[in-house]
Design a protein around this ligand. Structure first.
Ligand code: RTP
Ligand code: MG
Length: 148
């Protein structure tokens, strides 16, 4: 089953949006297979956003993403990589549609609430950067009768 990496950025944590955001992906029908609240180091930020190293906003991006805790998550489901990017919305909140996370909660591009992997390769790379294999849980909600 396809997996992606999603992360509530420091602005989303500060604004108490973790529950709202987790709820959106649960309601859509995706399954949470890993999650943790953590502080990103500058080294990890540089690796995670390595593709943007030469961009003028890179320094600001690293400062922002390391400015407070993030909520890192791995989600699983059919087409979860592309579909979660639709739920997240366009990078710049001035272009993200109402109904999307960025469209509903963000105003500026530098503080756009949430990160989502942009491809299958990025998803594998980012999941590997943030999670150990043993931190991810595979389970079925249908087949098991574990809530009595
Ligand atoms: P993300 O990686 O955070 O999920 O965002 P994204 O794919 O939608 O956008 P990306 O192009 O990967 O850019 C990464 C983050 O850099 C910040 N950014 N600032 N000042 C600017 O012009 C600018 N452009 C991008 C955004 O916070 C974006 O999420
Ligand atoms: Mg990106």
């Amino acid at each position: 089953m396809e997996r992606t990496f999603l992360m509530v950025k420091p602005d989303g944590v500060q604004r108490n949006l973790i529950g709202e955001i987790v709820g959106r992906f649960e309601n859509k029908g995706f399954q949470l297979v890993g999650a943790k609240l953590m502080q990103i180091t500058p080294e990890l930020a540089g690796e995670h956003y390595g593709e943007h190293k030469e961009r003028p906003f890179f320094g600001e991006l690293v400062d922002f993403i390391t400015s407070g805790p993030v909520f890192a998550m791995v989600w699983e489901g059919e087409n979860v990589i592309a579909t979660s990017r639709l739920l997240v919305g366009a990078t710049n909140p001035k272009e993200s549609a109402p109904g999307t996370i960025r469209g509903d909660f963000a105003v500026t591009v530098g503080k756009n609430i949430i990160h989502g992997s942009d491809s299958a390769d990025s998803a594998v790379r980012e999941i590997g950067l943030f999670f150990k294999e043993e931190e991810l849980v595979s389970y079925s909600k249908d087949a098991n009768n574990w809530v009595n």
